[in-house]
Design a binder for this molecule. Structure first.
Ligand code: ATP
Length: 236
């Protein structure tokens, strides 16, 4: 059984169909990349999985349970975390307070403290800046905080929307390294990226979205060598 299964999904904005019947799956332990140009429907797909948007048709199964109509706040408690596009940290709260909020679904104080230590270990920069207000962090640091906050819910799967957006190359490399660490630590990853090159380099498999449909899918390393992918997404 796949950990996350999306079946014949259709999503509309009013009359406009953004997602036109897509199906894909994410197995436990995998890093799956969802790549595609601007407006292909990547963000819409993630937001529908996490319950921020409603599907018009189709089904979303998480660990075998139908979550198509489950509201977002409940999905988090089920073990799925979302790092939204544009990070959305609480600017006026400190780094530490943002991280603590990420654990709002959990009760065990010792376990929460353990998770905090793990996040600080993965992101030493966040530890250094734990008392700084999040709004004054650099873009890359805010991305780290958004990821750290998501990890504080101790998710079994983490969905990340364009983590490399707007970051300098050094930060992009760092963020992708951290995604690999998160994966190595046992969390399943669904990654939406415009940076197809970086995404394919760390993914096991990938799906290519074009105007609301899956145009191509397969092993990430194979897709990297696919001529049409090279031309359209890898700038070669
Ligand atoms: P990007 O990489 O630019 O974020 P994307 O692949 O994530 O693109 P989406 O943001 O999912 O694409 O958008 C898919 C389609 O839905 C686009 O045609 C977009 O214009 C449309 N769309 C997105 N949000 C809305 C909205 N709130 N109202 C109407 N149309 C929308």
């Amino acid at each position: 059984m796949a950990m996350l299964e999306v079946k014949d999904l259709e999503v509309y904005y009013g009359m406009i169909q953004a997602i036109k019947g897509i199906s894909f799956e994410v197995n436990q332990g995998e890093v799956i990349a969802l790549i595609g140009a601007n407006g292909a429907g990547k963000t819409t797909t993630l937001q529908t999985i996490t319950g921020m948007l409603q599907a018009k048709k189709g089904h979303i199964l998480f660990e075998g349970q139908d979550i198509t109509k489950v509201p977002g706040h409940k999905i988090v408690t089920m073990g799925m975390a979302h790092v939204p596009e544009g990070r959305r940290v609480f600017a006026n709260l400190s780094v530490y307070e943002n991280l603590k909020l990420g654990a709002y679904t959990r009760k065990d104080k010792n376990e929460i403290a353990q998770s905090l230590e793990m996040v600080y270990e993965s992101f030493p920069r966040l530890k250094e800046r734990r008392n700084q207000s999040a709004g004054t962090l650099s873009g890359g640091e805010q991305q780290m905080l958004a990821m750290g906050r998501a990890l504080m819910s101790k998710p079994r799967i983490i969905l990340m929307d364009e983590p490399s957006m707007g970051l300098s190359p050094i930060f992009v490399d760092e963020i992708f390294k951290i995604i690999q660490q998160v994966s190595a630590a046992g969390t399943t990853v669904l990654l939406v990226e415009q940076n197809a090159k970086k995404a394919l380099a760390i993914a096991d498999r990938a799906y290519v979205l074009e105007t609301g449909k899956i145009a191509l899918s397969g092993d990430a390393k194979e897709l990297m060598n696919n001529e049409s992918i090279k031309k359209a997404y890898l700038g070669e």
